[in-house]
Design a protein around this ligand. Sequence first.
Ligand SMILES: NC(=O)c1ccc[n+]([C@@H]2O[C@H](COP(=O)([O-])OP(=O)(O)OC[C@H]3O[C@@H](n4cnc5c(N)ncnc54)[C@H](O)[C@@H]3O)[C@@H](O)[C@H]2O)c1
Length: 260
Amino acid sequence: MDPMLDFTGKVALITGAASGFGRGLAAELGKRGARLVLGDINMEALDKLVADLEADGVDALARRCDVSSEDDCKAMVDTAMERFGRLDLAANNAGIAHGFIGVEDLTEEVLDQQMNVNVKGVMFGMKYQIPAMRQSGGGAILNTSSMAGIGGGPKIGAYAASKHAVIGLTRTAAVESGRKNIRVNAICPYYTRTPMLEGGEGLASGGEADKTLAMMAAGSPMKRIGEPEEIVAVMMMLLSPANSFMNGQAIAVDGGVSAF
Ligand SMILES: NC(=O)c1ccc[n+]([C@@H]2O[C@H](COP(=O)([O-])OP(=O)(O)OC[C@H]3O[C@@H](n4cnc5c(N)ncnc54)[C@H](O)[C@@H]3O)[C@@H](O)[C@H]2O)c1
């Protein structure tokens, strides 16, 4: 196997693994030899994913994990250590968005929901992943932020606040843990065609869906939104054992939006 994408024997934990980027990342890592501890709140979809992975010969297990719960985040790491005896890779990827709403109409409830999942999930995740990786001799953590973590997110202000916080936590953990051979980076995708966009309650669902998708596409120099596999490809590069000196970065995958 190409050593740049050889994950043989690595133990990888992924949250939000039942759908979208997390699901794609699980499949690609599994294909390349990683052993997987997968968490989500959607157990039906997660169990189905694990059954499919096992059918392909991947060593994977599913665990219910609500990332807003510190106990659940700890249990994910405990599971990896008990089952496999080590933790090499972690993708703190679970996240939620909220409906389009201006800053002047945001509510405390919406902000709390965003912070509870998007920020606590990353913080509680790293809190337990870092000691386990230290014990394993090092590792790599990938946190899923967003283009709304780098710049303003029009009409998604609470989401943007939470994704900025993800980058703050990422940089801090990177600086703290670099000497322990633990790299911590964030990925910042532009709008991408996953259930978060096109699902039943997705950002681009309902009667105005076509108009919303067209506006999202128009906002990018490439005049289209992303496809999930384009984001997963960069997630793989960020976690690659060959990518051994990138630390503390927030990488935009955005069709050129950040180049404006
Ligand atoms: N799709 C996009 O346009 C886009 C752009 C930038 C960033 N992101 C980020 O990418 C990440 C993955 O999103 P996606 O697009 O694959 O969406 P998705 O909705 O397809 O997948 C998200 C997964 O997270 C799970 N989840 C939700 N709340 C959870 C919780 N409390 N605990 C554990 N799991 C939970 C869901 O069940 C789902 O399986 C998110 O952090 C999202 O904010 C998405």
